[in-house]
Design a protein around this ligand. Structure first.
Ligand code: SF4
Length: 452
């Protein structure tokens, strides 16, 4: 029996080392965790979902809001107990919390063995020496993540551009992820081909400013060029992209979404505020008029398009009247999805120098007002879908039903015996809430050789 305080032995298993991943934040973090998993799998490690049996633990962090940073700190605190019981376990912290903060973090979390910034996979070798034998080019091939998995994902995230050249006054991302760096077009197409061969049906191309893609590459291909190349990959059923900046939402990109068969009719275009003075202080570099014109062009060009946006409420100095302009813009443009967040000051950003003068209770009121507005709009809109049929890609099960998304990114559930994962199913909507639809499967699409 182990005496209290005495270190535990490493758990007994089949000899293979195991890794445990904990990820919070954006899709880019999910994609980077998948890459870390791919590399460790290639080095002979097995993934475990029980941290107590892991030899390597990787925490992939987010600091976009204080709440996310608090969760990361909580997770690292909890891992202190694991490290005390199992000093042999190796713990790494990566993601936006790390860049330029290593010394401070090492003092605060002395039980963490390695701090590495986003995409610095080569540094993992310090806690997983077996990686010395692995070709690190695999870091560009996250589909290896699914290698040998009996039930691989049918959707995948593919980063196409890293970093951000904007300096929005509230945002920490450019300080932690650096300048924009696009991946070569042929490398992305190659990756999509491999993903499709692995059974992936839908890819989402990722970037902090995804529609800035290509300006730093030879010959300057743009996102429209890349979308055409990805659409031409045999077998790809659906293509999406996240997150766009209104300044770079060119006619060419919108036209590509309209013209290319695999491009889903859904665009996420964060506006952040509906007041020009707030946008100016946010350093967003566009006006409400420009944004409205882009939305109008998108709706005229892409029939049936669905639209999502992001909003920050309670930005420093945001008056009632300025908030009302945001509220009215949302009522006017009637988005299909609004991600609303309360302003959270981030050390190191420009807006952090300004007083965070909107009381939390007022931020909450504005947040609730927008959510109520959206709930009302979507109750009506989603109810209008009852009786209609939608093509749904089934990506798994939840709530004891089959779950999938329409091309417009609406969540759909249905109940039926059999294995539907990965299938493109026609679902007739029988009921709705503001957030999802329920329906019956009425047909299944065959995947054509051309992928259409
Ligand atoms: Fe941050 Fe602005 Fe860049 Fe988006 S565009 S990542 S909000 S700096």
């Amino acid at each position: 029996m182990r005496a209290q305080g005495e270190p535990e032995a490493a758990p007994e298993h089949d000899g293979a080392k195991r890794f445990f991943l904990w990820t919070i934040g954006c899709q880019m973090n999910e994609a980077e965790s998948a890459k870390a998993a791919a590399l460790l799998s290639r080095a002979g490690y097995l993934q475990t979902y029980l941290e107590r049996e892991a030899d390597v633990v990787i925490v992939n962090s987010c600091v976009v809001r204080q709440a996310a940073e608090d969760k990361v700190a909580g997770k690292l605190g909890a891992l202190m107990d694991l490290k005390r019981r199992r000093p042999d376990v190796r713990i790494a912290l990566t993601g936006c919390m790390v860049t330029g903060q290593e010394t401070r973090l090492a003092e605060r979390f002395p039980h963490v063995d390695l701090f590495y910034g986003p995409s610095q996979f080569d540094r993992l070798v310090r806690i997983a020496p077996e990686l010395a034998e692995v070709d690190l080019d695999l870091a560009d091939l996250p589909h290896y993540y699914d290698e040998g998995v009996a039930d691989p994902n049918v959707t995948a995230f593919v980063p196409i551009i890293y970093g951000c050249n904007f300096v929005c006054s509230y945002c920490i991302v450019p300080y932690r992820r650096g300048r924009e760096t696009s991946r070569p077009l042929h490398q992305i197409v190659d990756e999509v081909q491999r993903l499709v061969a692995r059974g992936v049906r839908e890819v989402t191309l990722l970037g902090q400013t995804v529609n800035a893609y290509g300006h730093d590459l030879p010959n300057h291909p743009d996102l429209a060029d890349l979308l055409a190349a990805v659409d031409a990959v045999d077998g790809v059923q659906r293509v999406r992209f996240l997150t766009s900046h209104p300044k770079y939402m060119s006619d060419r990109i919108v036209q590509a979404v309209a013209d290319l068969p695999s491009l889903c009719e859904h665009i996420n275009l964060p506006v952040q505020a509906g007041d020009n003075e707030v946008l100016r202080r946010m350093r967003r570099t566009y006006t409400v008029e420009h944004y409205r014109e882009r939305i109008d062009y998108i709706r005229r060009t892409i029939p049936g398009v669905t639209l999502a946006t992001d909003i920050i409420v309670g930005f420093p100095g945001e008056t009632d009247e300025q908030f009302q302009h945001t509220y009215e813009l949302l009522g006017e443009l009637r988005f299909d999805k609004v991600h609303v967040a309360m302003y959270s000051p981030r050390p190191g950003t420009l807006s952090n120098r300004w007083e965070d003068d909107i009381p939390r209770v007022e931020k909450k009121r504005r947040h609730t007002a927008i959510e109520a507005l959206q709930a009302g709009l979507l109750t009506e809109r989603m109810h209008g879908n009852v009786g209609r049929c939608y093509e749904v890609l089934i990506d798994g099960r939840s709530r004891e039903r089959w779950r999938g998304r329409t091309r417009g990114n609406n969540l759909v559930f249905f109940d039926a015996p059999g294995d539907w994962k990965g299938k493109l199913v026609d679902v007739r909507v029988t009921d709705s809430t503001p957030w999802f639809m329920l329906g019956d499967a009425v047909g299944v699409h065959e995947y054509a050789v051309s992928g259409r």
